[in-house]
Design a protein around this ligand. Structure first.
Ligand SMILES: [Cu+2]
Length: 547
């Protein structure tokens, strides 16, 4: 039963690629709104009466699954890095995973204040795995733990008793580290959708690309907005595990650290269709008009995604009506509530992004397709890949909507934290050029230096101050991410919510963007970097010190 379901879903993926072929004439892969992507296949405008491509809701089987639930043991969350087997299309894969699952369990922190979150993290690998990344060698079996987006100490807890969000830590094989994340040490932490993943320089892409990522949800006043509380909530950890690009386990081979199928740096960026919570194109079934709250986490390695929701013209979403994009209401960016809902028909997500949207099922029974367009593999200008992220079956036989309410702008404004003052000063204190293309600069640099260059010469930020930053690229586009402190985006940008708003990851190009950032309370060393993890591993990262 399960195998046949999986095979069906793989056909969906193939359909997505065919769809992409149909859009070969579209050359603007990054900003394409799908408006012209596949008009040639949408010959049947009707969505529910044609025998060949009719979207049938009666045969639907829900295949949605949530990430594993994570319950603490004696108040401590237990985490392992271990060889983890999963099967798609009848092929078994073996990757580095958390607690034997892809993705890892969701860490959900209840409302409150003074919260301290204890995690014991065991690296169960026993040997080293020294492999080439760019021109250097790294040990793929060393790990650590980063809480992406959290305002916590980058070193030890203030009392010195536990490790905190220290990405310079290297946990060798067969070791355990005790972490504690004191999330309310300054004030009550912003609630929202965050995530956790490993962050050892040189081994990040292989570990995250293999599946090591999990959602980290902090609850608070945002969750108490009536329309958000009433909505059906789904955590969506979107991963780009290269399940179809890598060689699967041979028959009879066990999944252990000698038989990893994603274990080569280049494999980590091999294209395979996106997974949500480890499932390919999961199916959800709801009544018409149902309002859902989707916590989307981009836990992929290197591809940005343009995500849209469209009426299906085939049950498997291999074709869809790209003229009928359904509006999604974004309510939070990188976890933090926006001051007003942002209605959009295309959601751009770069690696590291979180986007919370409210999605309302159409009033008409039928199938709807959540599609993610990803850049073409190979040279620029090729046809983009199109993944069927999710198939939404709206079926009035499934009951009556439990909630049809959307949060108002006033609801959001009441919980959205005040942004920093964008007019506070005229000149930037900190200037960042990602991939400085000045002649003589090394490849994959930040400000003409790679990570190793900055180890003895970190960027210094004065604690308890607020500064203006200017961030751009020398060429191309890269997602800028900094640890410990989020920043206010002061410029309106294409494909982003209006400024000002809070972020911790921002897709930037050659246009310099004004950001404001404060550095309260915490001192110590941490990093800023490009969140294309294959870039980061090859040096597109910088050491930062607050003192
Ligand atoms: Cu990059």
């Amino acid at each position: 039963m399960r195998t046949s379901l999986i095979l069906t879903l793989v056909l969906v993926s193939c359909g997505g690629k065919d769809n992409a072929d149909d859009s070969a004439s579209s050359s603007d892969a990054d900003t394409d709104t799908d408006a012209d992507a596949d008009t040639d296949v949408d010959t049947d405008a009707d969505s529910d009466s044609d025998a060949d491509t009719d979207t049938d809701t009666t045969a639907a089987v829900e295949t949605w699954q949530d990430p594993p639930t994570w319950n603490p043991v004696g108040g401590v969350y237990e985490l392992t890095m271990e060889p983890t087997e999963f099967t798609i299309d009848g092929n078994r894969h073996c990757v580095r995973g958390y607690n034997g699952a892809i993705p890892g369990p969701t860490l959900r922190i209840a409302s409150g204040t003074g919260r301290e979150v204890r995690v014991d993290y065991e690296n169960t690998f026993t040997g080293d795995s020294i492999q080439a990344v760019g021109g250097d060698n790294y040990n793929f079996n060393i790990t650590n733990l980063h809480t992406h987006g959290l305002h916590v100490s980058p070193v030890l807890t203030t009392d010195g008793l536990y490790m905190s969000d220290n990405v310079l830590l290297e946990m060798d094989p067969a070791t355990t580290t005790e972490f504690r994340f004191d999330i309310d040490e300054r004030v009550t932490h912003n609630p929202g959708t965050f995530w956790y993943h490993p962050h050892v320089h040189g081994a990040t892409a292989i570990q995250v690309g293999g599946g090591m990522a999990g959602a980290l949800i902090i609850e608070g006043d945002f969750d108490e907005i009536a329309a958000i509380d009433a909505a059906t909530e789904r955590v969506m950890v979107i991963q780009h595990v290269p399940w179809s690009a890598a060689t699967p386990l041979a028959v009879g081979d066990p999944c252990d650290e000698d038989h990893l199928t994603v274990n080569d740096f280049d494999d980590a960026t091999g294209y395979s269709s996106s997974l949500i919570n480890g499932v390919l194109s999961p199916v959800i079934i709801t009544p018409p008009d149902q309002v859902e709250h989707w916590r989307m986490v981009h836990a992929g390695v290197t591809d940005e995604m343009d995500i849209g929701l469209f009426p299906a013209t085939a049950d498997d979403c291999s074709t869809y009506d790209n003229t009928g994009a359904i509006t999604l209401k974004q309510v939070a960016a990188d976890g933090i509530a926006l001051s007003a809902g942002f209605d959009r028909t295309e959601v751009m997500m770069a690696p590291g992004y979180r986007v919370d949207v409210m999605a309302q099922a159409p009033s008409t029974d039928g199938r709807y397709c959540l599609i993610a367009e990803r850049p073409a593999a190979g040279p620029p200008g090729g046809a983009p890949n199109e993944d069927v992220l999710l198939i939404w079956v709206v079926d009035s036989d499934s009951g009556t909507a439990s909630s049809t309410a959307m949060p108002s702008d006033g609801d959001l404004a009441a919980v959205s934290p005040a942004t920093l003052d964008c007019s506070a000063q005229a000149d930037a204190n900190q200037n960042i050029v990602i991939d400085d293309n000045t002649p003589g600069c090394p490849p994959l640099n930040i400000d003409c230096e790679t990570f190793d260059d900055t180890l003895l010469d970190p960027r210094i930020l004065p604690v308890n101050t607020t500064e203006e930053w200017s961030v751009s690229t020398g060429a191309g586009t890269h997602p800028f991410h900094i640890h410990v402190n989020p920043f206010t985006v002061c410029d309106d940008m294409p494909d982003e919510p209006p400024a000002p708003h809070w972020r911790d990851t921002l897709f930037v190009d050659a246009t310099a963007r004004e950001l404001h950032m404060e550095y309260p309370l915490f001192t110590g060393d941490f990093v800023l970097h490009c969140h294309k993890l294959n870039h980061e591993d090859q040096g597109m990262m910088e050491l930062v010190r607050i003192e």
